[in-house]
Design a protein around this ligand. Structure first.
Ligand code: SF4
Ligand code: F3S
Length: 112
């Protein structure tokens, strides 16, 4: 199994998750992170750290599309291992519906 990042990360990107990952498998897009499913060792410590509740185990229903989404972008974006400031509208956009269609950017983040 693996853990993956789902759409409520978009436009929040709190990055608390990256500080606790023992294998540095988070990758940064312009407005969300993803986890590389083949690098994640399923330790689960990142899940409770996310203020937006965006990290899920792939054992939940209908997670296959998110596993493939996380794999695709983790191979395109730079690794991130250091926490940075959340995005400016993080608190307002936490929990908003339709974030993928409204805001998702394929552009890479800066990493670091
Ligand atoms: Fe990293 Fe563990 Fe989270 Fe996987 S479950 S992304 S190994 S902290
Ligand atoms: Fe995103 Fe949550 Fe990490 S909002 S950046 S998955 S702490």
């Amino acid at each position: 199994m693996t853990y993956i990042v789902t759409d409520n990360c978009i436009e929040c990107k709190y990055t608390d998750c990256v500080e606790v990952c023992p294998v540095d498998c988070f990758y940064e897009g312009e407005n969300m992170l993803v986890i590389h499913p083949d690098e994640c060792i399923d330790c689960g410590v990142c899940e409770p750290e996310c203020p937006a509740d965006a990290i899920r185990p792939d054992t939940e229903p209908d997670m296959e599309k998110w596993v493939e989404f996380n794999r695709k972008y983790s191979e395109m974006w730079p690794v991130i291992i250091t926490k940075k400031d959340q995005l400016p509208n993080a608190e307002e956009r936490d929990g908003e519906d339709g974030k993928m269609d409204k805001y998702f950017s394929e552009a890479p983040g800066e990493g670091g």
